[in-house]
Design a protein around this ligand. Structure first.
Ligand SMILES: [Zn+2]
Length: 145
């Protein structure tokens, strides 16, 4: 995998390294073995079958705004986090130097009966568009207005 020098830090995570998306995403598959990395002398297994990564493998482009995920960050959730694990995240690099996290969006929201664990109900969306969409269906009016 080709590494990058850029530092990406998400507040819930400790940043461990940056990679070009292609090199990481080509290792993602529904039956892929975990990736074994030695990080500071600790053997670390990284899940390469996650639906989130499979979603990014299909597309690194936000369906809402066209923002493109251009960097993969290897992050370790902080000890107090709900999910104490090391995983890959996809980020878009903004012109002003900020990073926007890319997420997997449920096309039909879970709260409306959408399948949680089916890749067919997932699409890549940046965190900005995902926050705007909330639990609405695409095109559904915002109930708060
Ligand atoms: Zn977006």
């Amino acid at each position: 995998m080709k590494t990058r020098n850029t530092i990406v830090i998400h507040k819930a995570c400790i940043h461990l390294g940056s990679f070009e998306p292609e090199g990481v995403l080509e290792l993602v598959a529904p039956n892929a073995d975990p990736l074994i990395l030695w990080l500071h002398g600790v053997k670390t297994k990284i899940n390469m079958v996650s639906l989130r990564l499979q979603c990014f493998k299909r597309s690194t482009v936000c369906v809402g705004c066209g923002r493109v995920g251009t960097i993969i960050s290897l992050d370790k959730f902080r000890a107090k986090s709900r999910i104490p694990s090391t995983h890959f995240g996809l980020y878009s690099e903004e012109p002003d130097g900020r990073y926007v996290m890319m997420t997997k969006d449920h096309i039909v929201p879970k709260s409306k009966g959408g399948a949680k664990l089916w890749i067919g109900n997932l699409q890549t969306m940046c965190e900005v568009c995902n926050a705007k969409k909330g639990n609405k269906l695409e095109g559904e009016p915002d109930a708060t207005r």
